[in-house]
Write a protein that binds this ligand. Structure first.
Ligand SMILES: Cc1ncc(COP(=O)(O)O)c(C=O)c1O
Length: 432
């Protein structure tokens, strides 16, 4: 595979920045080395950029493209729906079919509501928890991400000198311009420390605990043995609503998400990304008595694009494809093969590293050879060297996220994985 330089992308991003701020539509797409790419098209495991490069893609749209790019069954379902109408501002049978599928698949989903982004359904979850408990305080964890809005963008990636003590982290804003008052009712805790949380919850004044059940946004950290079960019990005892944010893990680590794979059921859960293979669909799922407060107590939830019909067709097609026998075994095999291949290549190159997570979504960090078990462990990893690696990877035909996450799709077959590992060896050889 021959890789041209990324010059056209570089020039177009600069040119576009005269009318589109920074040449991008999300800050997460800024400052990518050697340049944010301009993509021409995508198919299966590949993206094709405007310089004519074909790249094996592990961004996968930041997680959603679990069936690969442009899978036929989803494309056909969407084309068929477009001919029947796009947005009805009313209910549709395809919406009901999608809702029923989610309820069949997800353990906590007695009822659901659809939205358009993970950020948005997290807000609905927090509102419901406050309405149900009559309490205001929300506990979130250092290193966990729940969307970009002011009331929850706290301590996602705090720097060492701002983070405060390990057991009592500071509440660190995520951006300039953030309303400090919006964090008034947020308390930040270290994840995987059950005793601290249990003690705080025993005061019985916390509305909700929200967490990624696997800390995918930071190093794909697994919950410690017994941790989720302990949190579940502590929340139940304290009358606190337990929210799992499964925007990444949902429909990815199992059809029923991390809650199914790890065997712990929250009160509410949020989903997005893999639910519709790239279409903007999210959902809030949970206990019937909580979800029904949207109706009985008129707890407000709205959105012009909620359950837009084309998105619902994509949801149904995606969920049906994911329900086929063997899909998750395949994802697991391909991911495991990739993790093993990468491990060998990095060992051979004598680069200290840590690979962890699930085969379907794992994480690589440089500069560390022991498990990463909390956010503070990530502060000492060698991020600059890892970015040099992902830059070299691009020049060898592989597109992987600079923050270390690797997403797998059903189109990342053993051949593609083996080609990836060969290319990784090439990239490592070119690293200084
Ligand atoms: C765990 C988690 N929650 C919420 C979000 C926000 O979702 P969205 O980007 O769809 O608003 C993300 C996005 O990456 C996420 O990873």
């Amino acid at each position: 595979m021959s890789i041209n330089v990324f010059e056209k992308s570089r020039r177009q991003v600069i040119q576009a920045s005269h009318y589109l701020a920074g040449g991008v539509s999300s800050n997460y797409r800024l400052n990518i080395s050697p340049t944010p790419l301009v993509i021409d098209r995508a198919q299966g495991p590949f993206v094709f950029d405007i310089d004519g490069n074909q790249l094996i893609d592990y961004y996968l749209g930041m997680g959603p493209m679990i069936l690969g790019h442009s899978p036929e069954s989803v494309v056909m379902a969407v084309q068929k729906q477009v001919e029947r109408g796009i947005l009805y501002a009313g209910q549709s049978e395809i919406e009901y079919e999608a809702a029923e599928l989610v309820c069949q698949m997800v353990p906590c989903a007695e009822r659901i509501r659809f939205g358009s982004s993970g950020t948005e359904v997290v807000q609905a979850a927090l509102r419901l928890a406050r309405a149900a408990t009559g309490r205001s305080t929300i506990i979130k964890f250092e290193g966990h991400y729940h969307g970009w809005l002011d009331n929850i963008l706290w301590s996602v990636a705090p720097k060492t000198d701002q983070a405060g003590s390990e057991n009592m982290p500071n509440r660190v804003p995520g951006t300039q311009g953030q309303d400090h008052l919006a964090g008034e009712h947020i308390e930040v805790f270290p994840w995987n420390s059950l005793d601290l949380l249990r003690e705080r919850l025993s005061r019985r004044d916390v509305a909700a605990v929200i967490m990624e059940p696997v800390m995918c946004n930071t190093s794909a950290i697994h919950p410690a043995s017994g941790y989720l079960e302990g949190v579940r019990t502590a929340c139940t005892d304290a009358g606190t609503v337990l929210i799992f944010d499964e925007v990444i893990t949902g429909f990815r680590v199992a059809l029923g998400g991390a809650q199914q794979r790890l065997g712990v059921t929250p009160d509410l859960a949020t989903f997005g990304k893999a639910i519709a293979n790239g279409f903007p669909v999210a959902c809030l799922a949970g206990r019937a008595d909580l979800m029904d407060m949207l109706v009985s107590q008129n707890v407000m939830h709205g959105g012009t694009y909620n359950a837009q019909a084309v998105c619902m067709a994509a949801t149904v097609a995606t969920l049906k494809a994911l329900s086929q026998p063997g899909v998750y075994a395949c994802l697991n095999d391909y991911g495991q093969r990739l993790m093993t291949g990468l491990e060998h290549a990095l060992l051979q190159a004598e680069i200290p590293h840590q690979i962890q997570g699930f085969p379907e979504i794992f994480h690589i960090a440089f500069g560390r050879s022991s498990p990463i078990s909390d956010y503070r462990d990530t502060l000492s990893t060698d991020k600059a060297r890892y970015v040099r690696f992902t830059t070299a990877l691009l020049e060898h035909g592989v597109r992987a996220l600079e923050r270390g996450a690797w997403f797998i799709s059903t189109t990342h077959t053993p051949d593609i994985v083996d080609e990836t590992v060969d290319n990784v060896r090439g990239a490592l050889a070119s690293l200084t």
